[in-house]
Design a protein around this ligand. Structure first.
Ligand code: TRP
Length: 347
């Protein structure tokens, strides 16, 4: 069966953009058709200035929301990255396969490092090596597919390069993954600045619908979304990005087509009202389930514990194989197995 791996970074509260752009595809499609692993990638949250208590809180919240959105532990594996040592263990080996030049060419690194320097801050070394850890996440689990947004495709390309290079140098060890784009995803833009993505890390409240906003806050944010000059409702992402964004959100929630939906509206006000109600209706089950899960924190803990155990068991043999292939001496217990395997002609 196809294996799918994806990660959520606990650096901010999850948004409607994360939900319609990724999470919803994971739970409605991926977990049913593939062997899916969904990981709260907390180690990645330490690559920039961070507050320990906040990372902890956001990690638990991301896991809870993933379950509230419909991730079913009977169908998929939900776990926290730092609970499974294999990620960090493999990351070091991949650092010995990747080059300094490759890392410095990563667009996201260049952008984030420049921003940090402009603020007079220092750049953590882990920000540079981050894509290698991401490659380790993917390769440790032998993922075939990695559903990611555009900003992450370069990292998946790097992962492919590292897997191929490792396999070529040290013998076939890793599955070479590919990035996939969610089929049912919408690209949700910031309501106050419809030319930039509704991301979770840029914490400018009014343009971002957070998954845990109260219904009235959601309505208010949508009613106050910037629209474009002009009055008629037409779907034109280039010239009318604000209205196009609202139509995209409506289409994502109701299953229609944004251009066709545009023709049904005579005013921005009527459109916004329907978008607000459609989003509230779409999020209602997530809120309800989230409330139930918060009332039973033991359940979430158990899911994460079982998920980590499953993920560990899955990753361990691949990472062990990589340790052997690259030339590291197996510890004594394994040495006995390795010798008998070699004698039996396995591996
Ligand atoms: N880098 C991804 C992001 O910023 C998160 C991530 C980490 C990830 N490891 C991953 C995504 C592995 C997919 C697969 O969104």
């Amino acid at each position: 069966m196809t294996r799918v791996f994806s990660g959520i970074k606990p650096t901010g509260h999850l948004t409607l953009g994360n939900y319609l752009g990724a999470l919803r595809q994971w739970v409605t499609v991926d977990q049913h058709r593939a062997d899916a692993l969904f990981c709260v990638v907390d180690l990645h949250a330490l690559t920039v200035d961070h507050d320990p208590a906040r990372v902890r809180r956001l990690s638990r919240q991301a896991a809870t929301l993933l379950l509230a959105a419909g991730a079913d532990p009977e169908l998929c594996t939900v776990f926290v990255q730092s609970h499974v040592d294999e990620h960090a263990r493999l990351s070091y080996l991949l650092e010995c396969v990747a080059t300094d030049g490759e890392m410095r060419r990563m667009v996201q690194y260049k952008e984030k490092a420049a921003r940090e320097r402009d603020r007079g801050g220092s750049v953590r070394l882990s920000l540079l090596t981050y894509p290698v850890l991401m490659a380790a996440d993917i390769l440790a689990h032998r993922a075939d597919e990695v559903p990611v947004g555009d900003d992450q495709t370069q990292h998946v390309e790097l992962t492919r390069d590292l897997a191929e290079r490792f396999n070529q140098r040290y013998g076939h060890t890793f599955t070479v993954p590919r990035a996939t784009r969610p089929e049912v995803a919408a690209r949700v833009m910031n309501l106050q600045d419809p030319t930039s993505k509704m991301g979770k890390s840029d914490d400018s409240g009014p343009g971002i619908v957070y998954l845990l906003d109260e219904p009235d806050v959601v309505r208010k944010k949508i009613m106050r979304a910037v629209t474009d000059s002009g009055r008629d409702v037409v779907y034109d992402p280039e010239e009318r990005p604000g209205v196009a964004n609202l139509l995209e959100i409506l289409a994502a929630c109701t299953g229609g087509d944004p251009a066709a939906l545009g023709e049904e509206y005579g005013s921005y006000g009527a459109l916004k009202k329907d978008v607000a109600e459609a989003v509230v209706a779409e999020l209602r089950p997530v809120w309800d389930r989230h409330r139930e899960l918060c009332a039973d924190p033991g359940y979430v803990e158990r899911v994460l514990r079982d998920g980590a155990a499953k993920a560990r068991a899955l990753a361990r043999p691949t990472v062990d194989a990589a340790y052997r292939a690259i030339g590291l001496l197996p510890p004594a217990v394994e040495a006995v197995e390795a010798v008998s395997e070699a004698e039996a002609g396995v591996g």
